[in-house]
Design a protein around this ligand. Structure first.
Ligand code: PMP
Length: 440
């Protein structure tokens, strides 16, 4: 079977994971390091992962021929849908010219064009772009920029919040709050990091900044993976104002929220917040690995040193990824997908808010645009929802510090009918009194 349309309802032909998925997962577990190979030790093969064979629009086809509706957008990447034809065409055209550039030594025209587009779209005036490969690397670049810009001023500290997910490379991990990610590496993490509760009263933030040793304030304008938390009204603006007063750069991590996810191009915009640095990734490449920091030209001046680049990487500004990103930006703007996320998100929100009344297992509903979190009563309940949704053809992820928050993150251009089908399945699942499988 081959996917020709991405707007289909699910079709389960064999209970997932099917035989081919189980066989491939078994082989992968033998040759790939544990932890990242998707097979959880001690679990039966029936609880193993599916493997993706193909994807288009909001549909994913697994290796056993099961068709799903993807409410994860593949970790928020497929904002314009999977395998968007414009992205595929851009990749084919670029693939016929140049696959690889020379990082910080020799650039290529697509990189010039993408940097220009991103600088023009950036929410801060007179912006420049620093490319990266992953969201975590973008966070590292932003933190390094803040530290470097603070330079000789003796401001070593970074202020971050909890919960937060900023990536798991050593630098970004210092700012990521989840104890189980941090604990084994605790002695090796950047020590000059202070964490306040997300939404902490502005006077508490001010107390930290008033010490005069903070190089940067790092926050997610809406917390994504760690539970979908929307800050109290006015909080972001208050923190931004404090940063300005104390001349401390504000770093917005929009790796998850960027490019329309929450109903505006960037989540800081409706709050009237102008960050000094903004990290983005995920949706930018439409499936190709690319990320970036957008920032004020004056701040980026700190990287202007004689000799070799202080931060770079082999694949920086990769030509294929730049071509894909340019196509993604075209689609986002031409189809006005941020606005679609806002209008569709409003409808979606209305429906999701009824879940709290209708389903005893639903403890809270939070979100904006097409980023929603359904907090379940327990980790078990969230696992059960995710497993049963999968069995019925809906892909869903659970996150949050306790794994209790099911995330609804569809492509921004998902059809209303298709989204309705997926929600109907989730509602039936929540309403069902099926017994909890023994492994949950
Ligand atoms: N920041 C945020 C807000 C994220 O959601 C993520 C990924 N979930 C990252 C950073 C890290 O991105 P990556 O996985 O591409 O390193």
């Amino acid at each position: 079977m081959s996917l020709t349309r991405g707007d289909q309802p699910p079709r389960i032909v064999t209970p997932p994971p099917g035989p081919r998925a189980r066989e491939l997962a078994r082989r992968l577990a033998e040759v790939e390091a544990p932890g990242v190979n998707t097979v959880v030790p001690g679990r039966s093969p029936q609880e193993g992962p599916i493997l993706w064979e193909e994807a288009l629009g909001a549909n994913v086809l697994d290796v056993d021929g099961n068709l799903y509706i993807d409410l994860t957008s593949g970790f928020g990447v497929a904002a314009v849908g999977h395998r968007h034809p414009r992205v595929v065409a851009a990749l084919a055209a670029q693939g016929g010219r140049l696959l690889h550039g020379l990082g910080d030594v020799h650039a290529h025209p697509g990189r010039v064009e993408l940097a220009s587009r991103l600088a023009a779209l950036a929410p801060m005036p007179d912006a420049q772009v620093f490319f990266a490969i992953s969201g975590a690397e973008a966070v590292e670049v932003a933190i390094k920029t803040a530290i470097l810009a603070a330079g000789a001023t003796g401001r070593p500290r970074v202020l971050a919040f909890e919960p937060a997910y900023h990536g798991v490379t050593l630098g970004a991990l210092a700012a990521t709050s989840r104890p189980e990610f941090r604990r084994p590496f605790a002695q090796h993490l950047h020590p000059h990091l202070t964490r306040l509760p997300y939404g902490a009263p502005p006077p508490e933030v001010e107390r930290e900044l008033a010490r005069g040793d903070v190089a940067g304030v790092l926050l997610e304008p809406i917390v994504g993976r760690e539970g979908v938390l929307v800050p109290p009204p006015g909080w972001l603006a208050a923190v931004a104002a404090l940063c300005r007063t104390h001349s401390v750069p504000l770093i917005a991590d929009e790796v998850f929220t960027g490019f329309g996810r929450t109903g505006s191009l960037f989540a800081v915009e409706p709050e009237g917040v102008v960050p000094d640095l903004l990290c983005c990734g995920k949706a930018l490449g439409g499936g190709m690995p690319i990320a970036a920091v957008l920032g004020r030209r004056t701040l980026f001046r700190c990287w202007e040193v004689p000799g070799e680049a202080l931060h770079t990487s082999t694949f920086l500004g990769n030509p294929l990824a730049c071509a894909a990103a340019l196509a993604v930006l075209d689609v986002l703007i031409e189809e006005d997908l941020p606005a679609r996320a806002a209008t569709l998100g409003e409808e979606l929100g209305k429906r999701l808010f009824t879940w709290k009344e209708r389903f005893p297992e639903v403890a809270a509903v939070r979100g904006r645009g097409l980023l929603w979190g359904i907090e379940l009563a327990s980790r078990q309940a969230a696992k059960r929802l995710v497993a049963q949704a999968l069995a019925r053809g809906v892909l869903l992820l659970a996150g949050g510090p306790e794994g209790k928050v099911a995330q609804i993150v569809p492509p921004l251009n998902i059809g209303t009918e298709q989204l309705g089908v997926a929600l109907g399945i989730l509602e039936e699942t929540l309403a069902s009194s099926l017994t909890i499988p023994a492994w949950t």
